[in-house]
Design a protein around this ligand. Structure first.
Ligand code: CA
Ligand code: CA
Length: 177
């Protein structure tokens, strides 16, 4: 007895449907929509930001070390999913004043490839630090209006690939910068 033979057209259809399923699964995984077991991804709901400004130890020109740490807690899988799909962190520095706080630096935007931005087991993490000269934007009060003492904080904003954003305000760092 002759065994049934698949026609080329049937084989093609089977292959295409398998490929479509694989592509669909891949797209969902890349988008961070589904976890490995098909469970919904954990949405980014929490963000924290901390700021430190310290004077570099002498000798030297007395530069200020500016350090920002931002955390968006989630699992490693979701952290990679968000970053691979265009999520970003924006930093905006403000000088705190009695009436309204003025933007003194930013926004500075960090994306997947940025130094200091990473996906970790604890979530998305941005650790960035650099040095500023005394009298820079950190000197947000020059003594004319609100005294000489400066009050600086940073607002960190996490924006996912669809434009959904959450944000946090850091501690205020006080000094004569
Ligand atoms: Ca101020
Ligand atoms: Ca000042």
């Amino acid at each position: 007895m002759k065994t049934p033979v698949r026609t080329p057209a049937q084989t093609h259809r089977v292959r295409r449907s398998a490929l479509a399923a694989a592509l669909l699964a891949g797209a969902l995984f890349a988008g961070g929509v589904l976890g490995p077991a098909g469970t919904p991804a954990q949405a980014a709901t929490t963000i924290t930001a901390s700021l430190s400004i310290t004077r570099a130890a002498p000798p030297g020109p007395g530069l200020m070390n500016v350090r920002v740490l931002v955390k968006v807690p989630m699992n490693l899988y979701d952290a990679n999913g968000y970053l691979n799909n265009g999520a970003r962190i924006e930093l905006r520095f403000y000088g705190e004043d009695p009436v309204s706080d003025n933007l003194v630096l930013g926004p500075i935007t960090y994306v997947r490839s940025a130094v200091g931005l990473s996906a970790t087991e604890e979530g998305i993490r941005l650790l960035t630090q650099w040095q500023e000269e005394p009298g820079s934007w950190l000197n947000e009060d020059d003594g004319l209006l609100d005294g000489v003492t400066d009050e600086v904080y940073v607002r960190a904003r996490f924006v996912d690939g669809d434009g959904v954003a959450i944000q946090a305000r850091s501690n205020v760092v006080t000094g004569i910068f």
